[in-house]
Ligand binder design. Structure first.
Ligand code: PMP
Length: 407
């Protein structure tokens, strides 16, 4: 085996400038939606059901588009809102609304509740944490397992503390570890006893149709299970077409009980006179139906599955026999988690940066940017071309090898 220090010097000498940081679609993926930019076309602004999409109004979003996405995000069409381009914005606004106006079933608005805390399964998505940090909502980490958050721990915490008002969940192909919640996990989340009567699940189903294999995994229906368990208002379901059509010009969705939807629409009507329905129509015409969305996602898969395969190949060539180095092999979503021995993640990220390879900062997968084990590195292989993934991952391997050798 080559000397890791010498290999690292060679790596640095290459003067690379590569980036594996953010889960963005590549330009080839965005090109798949190119025909959408010509829709609806001048003079074609009236929707099939007769809405003039150019005008104000229609706060819940175009029904034709909601019908397409209702089965994909497992929300009855009457309870689904189609909005503007960002589901993160909907999550942010939902929490702002909950702080300023009592949620259905809430004894007070959250600003008057004193401490407000959310459970954060770790590793998780840094922007969820960012919303809570900005709004003064405390984050309590709970460990992830292969079937979702550690439910014994979640049930114990929420049963005993009324200031725990919610939990973040990315139930399918989770960011960053690709975990899919088991039916049992979903059932327990929907039915568990919570000390807070206004407890909410932030069900961020961002990767609902983003399969990397032919095994198109389905998850349990959280809204239906919560309603069956007598907790209809518990889930807020989110999704978007950011990684289906255009990341900057897609459509975001929010689904919930009728009471939650009415609450949300009433509050939102104070900040907008309606969403971008021309974009809704453009999406409905381009995607056509749920089968059209699935077919479109198969084309995405063809573009990105080879990139994920490259990450797997380079990691297993280098580390299949290395104790303490493990990684996920996701069946969907946008990320691979690389786990290195405790205390080494930030060193690997630092070494990579010095060699011109940008990785997501170590700790970003944990609340407040602090991974107590300093072990998780999130890899995002969708954006760069395949040859760059190969060079970047070969560099990451060299950095891990050097960090291990210096330990
Ligand atoms: N949720 C998750 C889990 C994500 O990974 C991302 C994008 N990285 C988002 C939400 C952002 O979604 P949107 O573009 O709809 O705001």
């Amino acid at each position: 085996m080559t000397d890791p220090a010498a290999a690292y010097e060679e790596l640095k000498a290459q003067g690379l400038k590569l980036d594996l940081t953010r889960g963005k679609p590549s330009s080839e993926q965005l090109d798949l939606a190119a025909p959408m930019l010509d829709l609806p076309g001048a003079g074609h602004h009236v929707s099939p059901k007769g809405t003039d999409t150019r005008n104000y109004g229609g706060g819940q979003g175009l029904p034709e588009l909601r019908e397409i996405f209702a089965p994909l995000v497992q929300v009855p069409v009457e309870q689904l809102i189609a909005s503007n381009n960002s589901s993160l914005e909907l999550m942010h606004d939902t929490l702002v609304h909950a702080l300023l106006s009592p949620l259905p079933g809430a004894p007070t608005r959250w600003v008057d509740a004193g401490r407000v805390a959310f459970l954060a399964p770790v590793p998780g998505y840094d922007r969820h944490y960012g919303v809570c940090e900005r709004l003064g909502i405390e984050l309590l980490p709970v460990p992830m397992t292969e079937s979702g958050p550690d439910m014994d721990e979640v049930e114990r915490l929420v049963a005993g503390d009324p200031s725990i008002k919610g939990i973040w969940c990315v139930p399918k192909y989770s960011n960053p570890d690709g975990v899919v919640y088991s039916d049992e996990t979903v059932r327990r989340l929907a039915s568990m006893e919570t000390a807070a009567p206004d407890f909410r699940i932030m069900w961020d189903n961002a990767y609902a149709v983003h399969h990397l294999t032919s095994d198109e995994i389905e998850i349990a229906d959280v809204l239906a299970l919560a309603a069956e368990a007598g907790n209809p208002d518990r889930p807020f379901v989110f999704g978007s077409t950011s990684k289906i059509t255009l990341a900057g010009s897609g459509v975001a969705f929010l689904g919930a009980s009728q009471a939650n939807v009415d609450w949300w629409l009433a509050l939102t009507s104070k900040r907008t006179i309606g969403p971008d329905k021309v974009n809704h129509l453009r999406h409905a015409l381009f995607l056509r139906d749920a089968a059209g969305v699935r077919a479109h996602m198969a084309a995405h898969r063809e573009l990105i599955a080879p990139k994920f395969a490259m990450v797997q190949r380079l990691l297993s060539d280098a580390f299949s026999d290395t104790e303490g180095v493990t990684w996920t092999e996701p069946k969907g979503g946008y990320f691979v988690s690389l786990v290195v021995p405790d205390g080494l993640a930030s060193e690997v990220v630092r070494l990579a940066k010095e060699a011109g390879i940008a990785l997501t900062p170590a700790g970003a997968t944990h609340p407040y940017g602090k991974d107590p084990q300093d072990a998780v590195i999130r890899l995002a292989p969708t954006l760069p071309p395949l040859d760059e993934i190969e060079r970047a991952m070969a560099g990451v391997v060299t950095c891990v090898q050097l960090a291990l050798a210096r330990r």
